[in-house]
Design a binder for this molecule. Structure first.
Ligand code: PSV
Ligand code: MN
Length: 430
């Protein structure tokens, strides 16, 4: 029998901080009431918000220098689902997982879907991988995949994406996320225009294989592993490709995939305007694609992104239905703790952005009252909404204090006993 955290254990842990929580929640309720905000409405919003966890995020990540495996880390998709189940059990905010293929390949996907359902998990967007060569693969992706100069290699990459769609259909997914590492390291290595055209032509064939209810998420990234040029380097290239392909193609924003100081919230606003915002890979960064925990470095930026999202939601922007996913690499923390903390920070930004009085803000903006408008955002951002997040978790059967409850449960040490270390795990950026 493998170890699991019981509902009774969570309830017993919750009982320890219930009085303090009830006080804090009541106090925040009074504060918000003075501002004309119903804490009940905010709590209900928090209870409904969900963000998907990446299956690759529960394993210990690494850099191109080294990977330091953590104790009891998942060995395969089955262990990963178990860990994702714990994250959702304690936070109640992560009811879906985003799988990556071929990393999460199994022989029976119907069984995998049932297995996930046992942890109350469903599947979000499936991710293809043509940035690595797999064992026994006929043609190499060393010089690219969907944009490769060789037609056969492009076709192989197309076929892998079509297979991902097939798998995703069995899992109940409704979107395919495509990120390619294609690009160049040397001026002259390739023809920049032709690479983009090759990519478009290959994506047309993937697009043609999309079921009617599916979306194709195109993920841009400025650099890495290619350092001179990347085919889908920015939201401009991504949007051009999405517009070329058709209405089922949209642009996915990974927060780490921009130059430092880029105004990401403005990119989000533009993609909303175009009706082509696919959704997010949340993470945080200081310098590049650092894949640090969401909200760890620049929580204000996360808030400003959500400010655009809540604004779009409130004005019922057309074709606005973003998918929320996390994409992080946990090198020095327990991935389960990092993912629970990240889900909380994302939810925090969402609730804080929901506190903004939109009509008062519009009035201040119409009157060009800069200071009042700015202070409205700051007031929302500086409101400690922790009691709302805790109450939402509590009402849904989660933990008042997810990380403390997780630590007290002894889950990680139980898994360390149950999951013997896998030999020969390679380094790599995930
Ligand atoms: C690339 O850096 C990326 O953000 C893509 O989403 C990949 O699928 C993921 O990281 C995992 O390597
Ligand atoms: Mn990503």
């Amino acid at each position: 029998m493998s170890f699991a955290i019981s509902a009774d254990f969570i309830a017993a842990e919750n009982a320890k901080s219930l009085i303090a929580h009830t006080d804090d929640y009541a106090h925040l309720g009074q504060q918000l009431e003075r501002r004309g905000i119903s804490i009940e409405a905010m709590t209900r919003r928090a209870m409904e918000y969900q963000v998907a966890v990446p299956t690759w995020g529960v394993g210990t990540g690494g850099t191109r220098f080294a990977r330091f495996p953590g104790p009891g880390e998942p060995r395969h998709i089955h262990d990963k689902l178990e860990d994702c189940g714990v994250i959702n059990q304690l936070t109640r905010a992560t009811g879906t997982v985003s799988p990556h293929f071929p990393w999460d390949k199994v022989s029976d996907y119907n069984a995998l879907r049932q297995e996930a359902a046992q942890y109350s998990l469903g599947f979000d967007a499936v991710n293809s991988n043509t940035f690595q060569d797999q064992k026994g693969q006929r043609l190499s992706y060393k010089f690219g995949s969907l944009s490769h100069a060789d037609r056969g290699t492009r076709q192989q990459a197309v076929e892998h994406n079509l297979e991902c769609i097939e798998i995703g259909q069995k899992l109940g997914s409704t979107a395919l996320t495509v990120w390619i590492a294609d690009g160049t390291n040397f001026p002259g290595q390739q023809n920049l225009s032709r690479m983009f055209e090759n990519y478009l032509e290959a994506c047309e064939r993937i697009y043609a294989g999309l079921p009617k209810s599916w979306l194709l998420f195109l993920e841009h990234k400025m650099y890495e592993p290619a350092f001179y040029s990347t085919v889908i380097s920015d939201w401009g290239s991504s949007l051009l490709a999405a517009l070329h392909l058709g209405p089922q193609a949209k642009c996915l924003v990974d927060l780490g995939h921009h130059a430092p100081n880029t105004n990401i919230e403005q990119i989000v606003a533009r993609l909303i305007h175009a009706g082509r915002l696919a959704g997010f890979h949340f993470n945080d960064s200081k310098y590049g694609d650092d894949d640090l925990d969401s909200g760890a470095i620049d929580p204000f930026r996360l808030f400003l992104v959500f400010n655009e999202l809540v604004d779009a939601e409130m004005r019922r922007a057309k074709d606005f239905s973003p998918a929320y996913m996390i994409d992080q690499s946990h090198n020095v923390t327990d991935p389960i703790e990092s993912l629970m903390s990240s889900a909380t920070e994302i939810l925090r930004a969402y609730v804080q952005a929901s506190l903004v009085n939109r009509s008062a803000l519009a009035d201040a903006q119409s009157a060009s009252d800069v200071m009042v408008a700015h202070r409205m955002l700051k007031l929302a951002y500086t409101t400690d909404v922790s009691p709302i997040l805790a109450e939402a978790r509590l009402r849904r059967g989660g933990a008042l204090t997810p990380i403390e409850t997780y630590r007290a449960s002894g889950y990680r040490s139980a898994k360390t006993r149950e999951r013997p270390a896998v030999a020969g795990s390679s380094s790599g950026i995930v």
